[in-house]
Ligand binder design. Structure first.
Ligand code: ADP
Ligand code: MG
Ligand code: MG
Length: 914
């Protein structure tokens, strides 16, 4: 026969700590503590399966379950020496939920079960403490009424407060026994009115109704929501623990409390928690009285304090992890009510893991597995001081795009941001950002946009720069011209303007009006460094590089432990103010000769950038990608030009001057506008494409304008020579983007090779090694990887474009329907955030395998956004890549994810987390 009910208490238990599936976390913890001789009030656990049976059977349980429950109750009554419902000396019980994974506060618990009009008098007589007995009864009616009978808690609160008000009581404990009796009468009336029945007096009926209510709470909306958020299966069900009550509300020698064996915020090894004298459990969380810090427990009762410290320390040793515990002291006697591995912040997770290794409690492997890679984010970005946030008005909540806390004055254009940043911190607010906002973004401490998702331009660039960013803040309506915005906050509409202080939290998406305080974390603190060193030893040869375009980012990347640059996007250098005019001149040239003239101006600038990268990466490889984006991104927008042309005939001198400023790169003067603008429009129209992302970009540019590739190759190799001559080790890898097959690569490779060999030969550096490879970002190139590898010396998966092209999905347009797609589970996650291992991943696996068949030493990496996302990193490790590359601030996250992949060595693990 199946066993549905497991006893615990009195120094033994039917179950143990390994049985979380059956007994739930709380039940298995109670069983384990009982076995270890920890003082735990005895009781029994109804297993999680019964919860499922209950729901499958129209909210009924088989008679056998009930039989086992009554049998267990019999035993419990024997242990306790009291009987449920005994009018002279009643046994009182708690009925507690408890699933496999802790779902704090999401489900229900009922205390003081077994009280009715008769037993309460027995309790009065037995304890000689009427105030206590009536307090328990009124608590029971209230909890049972709310949880099992579904009565609005407010009704009880109102009745209670009315009484408090009447006798001018400040605290709950000021109510006398008589007051509580009056409250009980009111409560019973509330129950009668709401259920049309008196409050149930049959204690066994109370027990069954409470058990059912605990099961029902599995499907409470907040519990369902929590499971969805934490990816906990709906089928696990909750156990139901029925346990003898102990009383923290018996007077001044009783208390109840909660605590942690270490500080869950910082990880510091300090005893942490709080307690309330003369109270029951729910009072601590409810906040009706302010609890005392647990450090004061010693003064209150030194014996209890010492015992509690001893028990919790041994629990921590036993579970080999920080414990989160609950206890109650009844007239000076300590009882443990719960223990579990405590939830903790990122900094605490790292600190506890490192300390526990030093304490020889866990080994390094276990320690590395104790920190979720995403938790490291909290150590790498500034955070808000919680107290100062509470002083501010919350404006809105958008999408958390790039973590960290930022405070600054609002700037509505990139130009303003640059100007204002000279005088203090700036938050750039835009409807959305485009590549020509880069300087404004760079000058800002934080970025806020009204539209766009986690993979919008603003989000991607901000993450790359490590700048906090909130996107898709739909509640904000921006008027760029007026430099104001309005925000719908609840039923109010707030207005903000240029220069107003705001604080944004890129980790939560929250936007506040006003100036919050921030705290800077230190990524090179000894604890963090120690932890990363521990992690790195498991990763073997698997490398972590960074995507960095400028020397400053490259230095930051080294600081975070990057072992090279996996992607330098040369076009980011093209947008700089001193370069754009030449870039534009190059693009708009009508002859090769003019183009070469412009390119000649760019050459020394690019050379200098590359030299900076090589210097920062001394001894580590640097992958430089040749020009990639469609050229129209560098020239004025077609629509803007059309508007200006239409306005010109009636424009006043100020408007004209604005236009001159706008087109100064094209040699505009007030008197030439009339001819220049239509001429410019003609050339811009020639560049116009219907679908630029699939248009004239990537290697297609270098194939049509070979002189661009040539200039870039020259800049790269002249920089190689320059830096190598200083005695540094340079490892250049030139990457050709957006090929669909071997032929395109061959064409570009020939140019790069010719220039490289020429430059190196001239410097007498023929032995300098370099690689020419390609980005795999078009399915055709992946499919034909064996052919491509005949030419390519390395592959780097450009998974942003590869995802777009494989799924036929534009990442900028996906956000329009992403919510539905993810809610309806069409996609497991945003495929631009978490690699689609099933589809895109299949192409990657294929390409790695085919590429290596042709060229066994083919170097393979990833440089898309996914290179810093833990489950995707694990996938990359599993398919045998040599490295991942991600934004500098995600390097530690990737290092940890790779270490965990190596430790688990479990292929299914990487697949499951996606
Ligand atoms: P949660 O899962 O929300 O923490 P619990 O089942 O742990 O809910 O119950 C909440 C609180 O109720 C406990 O922290 C404890 O203070 C109190 N409690 C539960 N069972 C008992 C008991 N047998 N005796 C005294 N207090 C109890
Ligand atoms: Mg609890
Ligand atoms: Mg691409």
């Amino acid at each position: 026969m199946s066993k549905y009910v497991y006893m615990f208490g009195g120094g033994t238990a039917d179950g143990d700590g390994t049985m979380k599936d059956l007994l739930g976390g709380k039940g298995s913890g109670l069983a384990e503590m009982s076995r270890a001789g920890v003082p735990v009030p005895p009781g029994f656990t109804i297993i999680t399966d019964v919860c499922n049976v209950f729901f499958d059977n129209d909210k009924q349980v088989p008679a056998e379950v009930d039989r086992q429950i009554w049998e267990a109750l019999d035993k419990l009554e024997g242990l306790a020496g009291k009987k449920l419902g005994d009018a002279a000396d009643p046994l009182l019980l708690s009925v507690r939920s408890g699933a496999k994974f802790s779902m704090p506060g999401m489900m229900n618990t009922i205390l003081n079960l077994g009280l009715n009009d008769k037993t309460v008098e027995g309790l009065v007589a037995k304890t000689g403490n009427p105030r206590f007995a009536y307090d328990c009864y009124r608590r029971f009616i209230q909890m049972f009424g709310e949880v099992a009978l579904g009565i609005d808690m407010v009704l009880f609160d109102e009745a209670f407060d009315a009484r408090k008000h009447k006798i001018k009581a400040k605290q709950d404990t000021d109510l006398t026994a008589e007051d509580l009796k009056a409250v009980i009468d009111e409560y019973k009336k509330i129950v009668q009115k709401a259920t049309k029945k008196p409050f149930p007096q049959d204690t066994r009926e109370q027990l069954i109704l409470s058990r059912n209510a605990v099961f029902m709470s599995w499907w409470a909306p907040k519990a369902s929501y929590y499971r969805k958020m934490e990816k906990i299966s709906d089928r696990l069900g909750t156990a139901c623990n029925i346990q003898t009550m102990v009383f923290g509300n018996m007077g001044e020698t009783s208390c109840t409390g909660v605590g942690f064996t270490r500080d869950p915020g910082s990880g510091e090894k300090v005893f942490y928690g709080e307690f309330l004298v003369n109270a029951q459990g729910e009072d601590v969380v409810a906040g009706i009285r302010t609890p005392q810090p647990i450090s004061e427990l010693e003064a209150w009762n030194a014996g209890v304090y010492t015992q509690l410290r001893g028990i919790t320390a041994s629990l921590e040793k036993h579970y080999k992890d920080m414990q989160d515990f609950e206890f109650t002291v009844e007239e000076g006697k300590l009882y443990m009510l719960q223990t579990r591995n405590g939830k903790r912040t990122g900094p605490a997770a790292v600190k506890v893991a490192v300390d526990m290794v030093a304490e020889k409690l866990i080994d390094e492997k276990t320690a590395v597995g104790r920190v979720a890679p995403s938790q490291l984010d909290q150590l790498l970005h500034p955070v808000f001081d919680a107290a100062s946030l509470r002083q501010l008005t919350k404006l809105a909540t958008g999408i958390d795009a790039s973590p960290g806390a930022a405070v600054g004055r609002l700037a509505f254009t990139s130009e303003d941001a640059v100007e204002m940043s000279a005088h203090g911190p700036v938050i750039l607010i835009r409807k959305e950002t485009t590549p020509d906002d880069i300087h404004g973004m760079d000058a800002s401490k934080g970025i806020l946009t009204a539209v766009g998702g986690k993979s919008s331009h603003a989000a991607v660039v901000a993450r790359g720069m490590g700048v906090p960013c909130v996107v898709g803040c739909g509640a904000i309506a921006i008027n760029e011209r007026a430099k104001t915005a309005t925000v719908k906050a609840g039923d109010k509409t707030l207005a903000v303007k240029e220069g107003d202080w705001v604080s944004i939290n890129g980790a939560t998406g929250e936007v506040y009006l006003g100036q919050a305080q921030t705290k800077d974390p230190d990524p090179n603190s000894p604890v963090f460094a120690r932890f990363m060193k521990m992690a790195d030893q498991f990763r073997g040869d698997f490398g972590v590089r960074a995507n960095a375009d400028i020397p400053r980012d490259a230095k930051a990347a080294r600081n975070f432990g990057a072992e090279g640059i996996g992607l330098c996007r040369t076009e980011h250098m093209f947008f700089a103010e001193d370069r754009l005019p030449y870039v534009q001149a190059m693009i708009l040239s009508e002859s090769e000769k003019d183009r070469r003239k412009a390119l000649a101006k760019l050459l020394p600038m690019q050379r200098k950038d590359f030299a900076g990268l090589f210097e920062a990466m001394d001894g580590f490889p640097v992958v430089i990608r040749t020009l990639d984006p469609p050229l129209h991104e560098f020239v004025p927008k077609r629509e803007e030009l059309m508007v200006d042309i239409a306005k010109l005939p009636s424009a006043d001198i100020k408007t004209k001057k604005d236009m001159v400023a706008r087109y100064k790169n094209f040699g505009a003067e007030v008197k030439t506008l009339k001819t220049l603008l239509p001429d410019l429009l003609k050339r811009v129209e020639a560049l116009h494409e219907f679908n630029p992302m699939l248009g004239h970009r990537g290697c297609r540019l270098g194939i049509t304008y070979p002189e661009i590739t040539e200039m870039q190759a020259r800049a790269i190799f002249e920089a190689v020579v320059q830096v190598a001559k200083k005695g540094k080790k340079v490892i250049p890898e030139v990457m050709i983007p957006l090929i669909g097959g071997k032929e395109e690569l061959e064409n570009q490779q020939a140019i790069v090779k010719r220039v490289a060999d020429e430059v190196l030969a001239k410097a007498g550096m023929q032995s300098q090694k370099y690689l020419i490879g390609t980005m795999i970002e078009i399915p055709r190139a992946a499919l034909l990887a064996d052919k491509v590898a005949e030419v390519a010396q390395f592959f780097s998966f450009g998974t942003n474009d590869l995802t777009q092209t494989t799924m036929g999905l534009s990442r900028d347009d996906y956000t329009k329907f992403s919510k539905e797609y993810e809610e309806k589970k069409i996609f497991k996650a945003d495929p631009f955030g978490v690699l689609d291992q099933e589809g895109v991943g299949m192409l990657i696996e294929w390409a790695v395998q085919k590429g290596r068949e042709t060229r066994p030493d083919l170097e393979v990496g990833i440089c898309g956004e996914h290179g810093g996302e833990p489950s995707s990193v694990m996938f990359c490790y599993r398919v045998g890549m040599d490295y991942v590359s991600c934004s500098p601030y995600r390097v530690p996250i990737a290092r940890l994810a790779a270490a965990q992949a190596a430790i688990s060595g479990d292929k299914s693990e990487a697949m499951r987390t996606a």
